[in-house]
Design a protein around this ligand. Structure first.
Ligand SMILES: Cc1cc2nc3c(=O)[nH]c(=O)nc-3n(C[C@H](O)[C@H](O)[C@H](O)COP(=O)(O)OP(=O)(O)OC[C@H]3O[C@@H](n4cnc5c(N)ncnc54)[C@H](O)[C@@H]3O)c2cc1C
Length: 429
């Protein structure tokens, strides 16, 4: 992998997401060699992927080059590769560009879409976990309207204009709101010769309320906002199958739809080679102690979405969100420095800063520790927090001006098919 030999301990970090980057930044100015590895050469700000998928933002404004993060940091190296396997006995990782030995390994590989073993859903639905997937979704949405314009069949047009979002968490809610705004403000002007009223946006949610990780008030308000925007919400229904045309559920409910977006679950993106006893069965997250050390491995840490710390208050691990990932990254770096200096290490304590979701223009819900609010002010808070959290001055500026422009003009100008994407099915309609 062309990493120079060193007398310093080598720390290998797999993943340049929220957790991995926080850990890397925390290790600067130490007598350590740090090797950051990612299969993408950029960090992705996942909370805004839905805006890329719906033409509100260009992908470049929510991604940031990883090499730029570590430039000017002596003893820091970045390698663009996928880690395939680890060998904890030999203290080695295997990647697509070769092997690398480590003294300490930090696994920060995040999560991947969980289809709960349903191969049809995996094959025919759309996921939105990274930039390429969001661009695929953007292309598919627009292509569906182009096709709907040409077909003479009412049923086929219905399916092309029917959007099913499976999962009513923040991703599902935010995506539904953005699609509803496209239906209201953009698509009727883009397609004057198509009856846009035929477009349906549906959320199928397994439990009895949306945003179930937030307060009941936030769920109620989000539901009100979405219903007012014309979104259909189906609760207590589980999707059982999708053949690319018909989507069925365990309730008395089925749809014909060309686009099904699967936002119903994630699982840990573990690395092969870890013993089964280190991994939680269903969620595939790596079991760690309160120091983020992987069970039975003194020199391997797991942080962020991929880590499951079973402590009181969080029996299934911390929420798979940016804040726990960032906080664990910062904390693990401090503990590693303490370990190298023979100082005392401290257990991780999560500081819950709250949760928020936006439904659309002037509409958001915010749950902070002591206060909960919804509506216009919540929307401004949501925008401020997201803008502030983006990496890089350019990205912050571009996103800010895009949002101002979209707000004033009621527009989403990046509704472009840059790379066509087809996901057809049932004999391709
Ligand atoms: C659509 C969407 C919306 C979200 N909205 C919110 C929100 O509003 N608020 C919030 O707090 N959280 C939100 N989240 C969740 C949040 O983004 C995650 O919790 C957070 O990104 C976890 O950080 P992480 O560092 O653990 O993983 P990630 O940020 O996912 O980073 C993992 C990195 O590891 C790399 N990687 C994975 N496997 C390998 C491998 N084998 N080899 C090399 N590299 C690898 C990946 O390329 C990636 O860069 C959202 C997530 C999604 C998908």
């Amino acid at each position: 992998m062309n990493i120079p030999k060193t007398s310093f301990p080598r720390v290998v970090i797999i993943g340049g997401g929220f957790a991995g980057l926080a850990a890397a930044k925390g290790l600067k100015n130490q007598e350590i060699q740090v090797v950051l590895i990612d299969k993408h050469n950029y960090h992705t700000f996942q909370p805004l992927l839905y805006q890329v998928a719906t033409g509100g933002l260009e992908p470049d404004s929510i991604a940031y080059p990883l090499r730029k993060v570590i430039k000017n940091l002596p003893n820091f190296y970045f390698r663009l590769t996928e880690v395939l396997k680890m060998d904890s006995e030999k203290r080695k990782i295997h990647t697509t560009i070769g092997e690398l030995k480590y003294n300490y390994l930090i696994i920060a590989t995040g999560s991947k879409t969980n289809y709960f073993g349903n191969t049809n859903i995996e094959k025919y639905s759309m996921a939105m976990k990274n930039v390429p997937q969001s661009l695929n979704l953007r292309s598919l949405i627009i292509e569906n309207f182009e096709d709907a314009l040409l077909t003479k069949s009412f049923e086929k047009r219905n399916a092309l204009m029917n959007f099913i979002i499976v999962g009513g968490g923040p991703t599902g809610v935010e995506l539904a709101g953005a699609l509803a705004e496209m239906k209201k403000g953009i698509l009727p002007k883009d397609y004057p010769d198509l009856d846009i009223r035929q477009m349906q946006i549906n959320i199928i949610q397994g439990s009895n309320r949306l945003l179930k990780a937030m307060s009941e008030k936030a769920s109620e308000k989000a539901e009100d906002f979405l219903i007012n925007l014309g979104v259909n919400i189906y609760k207590n229904a589980h999707v059982t199958d999708y053949d690319g045309y018909t989507i069925s559920t365990n309730a008395d409910l089925s749809f014909e739809a060309a686009t099904v977006i699967w936002a119903a679950g994630v699982k840990g993106a573990t690395i092969n080679g870890l013993n089964n006893e280190c991994v939680v069965e269903r969620t595939e997250r790596i079991k760690v102690d309160t120091f983020n050390k992987v069970k039975n491995h003194k020199n391997i840490f797991a942080i962020g979405d991929v880590a499951c710390m079973d402590i009181s208050g969080f029996p299934k691990g911390h929420p798979m969100m940016a804040q726990p990932a960032i906080q664990q990254g910062i904390h693990v770096a401090k503990n590693l420095i303490a370990e190298l200096n023979n100082k005392e290490q401290k257990p991780f304590k999560y500081v819950d800063k709250g949760a928020m979701a936006t439904i659309g223009r002037n509409k958001a819900v915010v749950d902070l520790k002591k206060i909960r609010f919804q509506g216009v002010f919540a929307w401004f808070v949501w925008m401020f927090v997201h803008l502030f959290s983006l990496i890089g001055f350019r990205n912050k500026t571009v996103v800010f001006f895009n949002w101002v422009y979209n707000y004033i003009r009621f527009d989403r100008e990046t509704r472009l098919i840059i790379r066509p994407f087809k996901k057809r099915n049932k004999e391709s309609f």
